[in-house]
Design a protein. Structure first.
Length: 279
């Protein structure tokens, strides 16, 4: 088994944990890689010395933002991602530090499944494409006023939103920015997106769940300065007045390791502090 380890450069405990994880995995026959600048520090094999298509898992040490960065940087790999949570909520990075070694043993023993979670593509007027695992966000940016965004599903007009912007969230991202803006939670296996307006002028403008069977088009109508389009908070583009962002299901797939000891609903209950109990 080949595992690429990605410690968080700004977390003090990350390097120490990475060395312990390297020792644990190599003692059990796994090959441990790390990016070249870090490999020497933690005694791992440099990533550049191995055919990247041979990597089985990417082990992220940080939070969900760290995982998103890995997905964008290594989107060409088929390796599944497993996350150790050194951040805050950690819906994707769901392994707590206290459970690292039992979780690694589950991984080595095959006690896991791999969730294949959808991503979305955003096609800009220039034909440039950007993809998102969590969300595409259109935001007013430097404009001091609310902006108008019209939305079509296929050829059918849905609505014009007057708001600070719109979040187009995947099921994976429905527990992130969209949830904070009042959107619902979607289970990861759904082929759908949530359209969540950001601070809409009309309170009757509510989030809506849309199938990805048809392409979604969002047009920037306001005669203002360009607005921002962000993918997972990582890549940024612009829309000018009259421009259309086309949103569709991506051919890229986000593969996340789901250990048998950490199911999705138990993660929801824990991270959101739900207090209900089975009687």
């Amino acid at each position: 088994m080949i595992i690429a380890l990605f410690p968080h450069s700004q977390k003090k405990e990350s390097k120490h944990l990475a060395i312990g994880i390297r020792d644990y995995l190599t003692a059990r026959g796994a090959t441990v890689l790390a990016e070249d600048p870090i490999a020497e520090d933690i005694g791992a094999t440099p990533l550049s010395s191995v055919d990247p298509t041979k990597i089985d898992f990417l082990l992220s040490m940080g939070g969900d933002g760290t995982i998103l960065g890995l997905v964008h940087k290594y989107s060409h790999l088929d390796a599944a991602i497993i996350g150790i949570n050194l951040g805050h909520l950690g819906f994707m990075a769901d392994i707590p530090v206290s459970d690292i070694y039992p979780s690694l043993q589950d991984l080595l023993s095959g006690e896991y499944t791999i969730d294949e979670r959808l991503a979305i593509d955003g096609t800009l007027p220039s034909e440039e494409q950007t993809f998102a695992v969590n969300e595409l966000v259109i935001h007013r940016g430097k404009n001091p006023s609310l902006i108008e965004l019209s939305l079509h599903v296929g050829e059918t007009y849905l609505n014009t939103f007057v708001a600070d912007g719109i979040i187009i969230s995947t099921p994976n991202g429905s527990t992130a920015y969209s949830l904070a803006a009042g959107g619902p939670i979607l289970t990861p296996n759904l082929s759908a997106v949530v359209i969540t307006p950001i601070s809409p002028h009309t309170i009757s403008n509510r989030p809506i769940v849309l199938s990805l069977e048809e392409e979604i088009q969002i047009q920037y109508l306001s005669d203002f300065e360009p607005v921002e389009v962000r993918a997972d908070g990582i890549t940024q583009h612009e829309l000018h007045t009259g421009d259309v962002l086309q949103v569709s299901q991506s051919e890229k797939i986000f593969r996340l390791v789901n250990l048998t000891r950490h199911d999705y609903f138990s993660t929801l209950r824990t991270k959101l502090g739900w207090a209900g109990k089975l009687r």
